[in-house]
Design a protein around this ligand. Sequence first.
Ligand SMILES: [Zn+2]
Length: 432
Amino acid sequence: MAKLILKGGRVVDPAAGVDGTFDVLIEDGVIRKLGKSLPVNGAEVLELPKGAIVAPGLIDIHVHLREPGQEHKETIATGTGSAVAGGFTAVACMPNTEPVNDHAGITQFILTRAREAGHARVYPIGAVSLGSRGEQLAELGEQKSAGCIAFTDDGRPVATALLMRRALEYAGMLGVPIIDHCEDPSLKGDGVVHEGFYASALGLRGIPGAAESVMVERDVSLAELTGAHVHIAHMSARQSMRAVRAGKERGVRVTCEVAPHHFTLTDEALNGPVKYDTNLKMNPPLREAADRDAMLEGIIDGTVDVIATDHAPHHSDEKLVEFDRAPFGIVGLETAVPLVFDRLVHTGKITISRMIELLSTNPAKVMNLPGGTLVEGAIADVTVLAPDMTVHVRAEQLRSKSKNTPFDGWELRGGVIATIVGGRVMYTKSEV
Ligand SMILES: [Zn+2]
């Protein structure tokens, strides 16, 4: 099989404690060697520009690919095309498709489609309960055998504490995490934005931060009771961060993720030039400055394990309705890296090494996935980053089938040069 050498980049692999200028030799889909001035020996050579960072492939563990059932929003092919364009070599996809991924046939269908598409790796996540209805536990064991790497009723919380307890016990035996969409439905009610000043000012119904954190508290307690691993998805509220930090301090197996929009934006954006912009409607909602700051603090102090996008494509026809009626969610795969560079790295909040930990090392660790490192013998999933590349976000130019982003028109510093999956170059920035 073809050999490929990446020449001249700064290799940053936190898992292996590597940070330095090395060539990387890829052969037969695995990392063969890191070294200085490796001989070319007939290999294809990718000469990297000055300043390029060679990272283990980025992994997004929270993506809605919409197929089967909602192919007008996204397909496995377009979603994974969007992933590689955003620097992600692998994505884990949420089970709230139509039908819900609650049995092996659907998991196998997703894996087949992903293979046909041939862009990024796809790791299906199965539903905790049949139809994610919160009544009866799905066949987690069968689903794991079919290829599911974790379980969640994402889009909804796991309905009852008892069901969550059983799910954690079962998943614990299988050695996989339960991913937790934390929301108390009674507190959320029919809220559409964060409960606070801007909700009142704009006359929109609010969702308090406590709607999230009471569920985080419940499930941290249940992880403690069962000894199993709970992973808190898309954290947004400062009270939730406190609960996770406290859980970690007493040794509970809890991990968590934050989405780029929750450390970038606040509900103040709702009062921007475009009033009632439905591309600012997501669940959990954009919260107030103190919550955004708590997300940043968690990212800086290590409480946050993973940055995941919660990529949630919706067709423009669905978003072009009154704010109250629009679906929750925004696309995120192609804006995550520029936002992390621009808002976290270039502001001095985190190092590039910590960035890679949040986007590659830890996602692999938390979900027990291959990759997340460039040690010899690892799968050759590699992302080449350009910290100083200027990125103009243009919704229309996104590879995702949907264009629902609040970052349209933004100019950000830092982007992706190349995405390599299993030793094959799946994406290169055209001007490189
Ligand atoms: Zn969710």
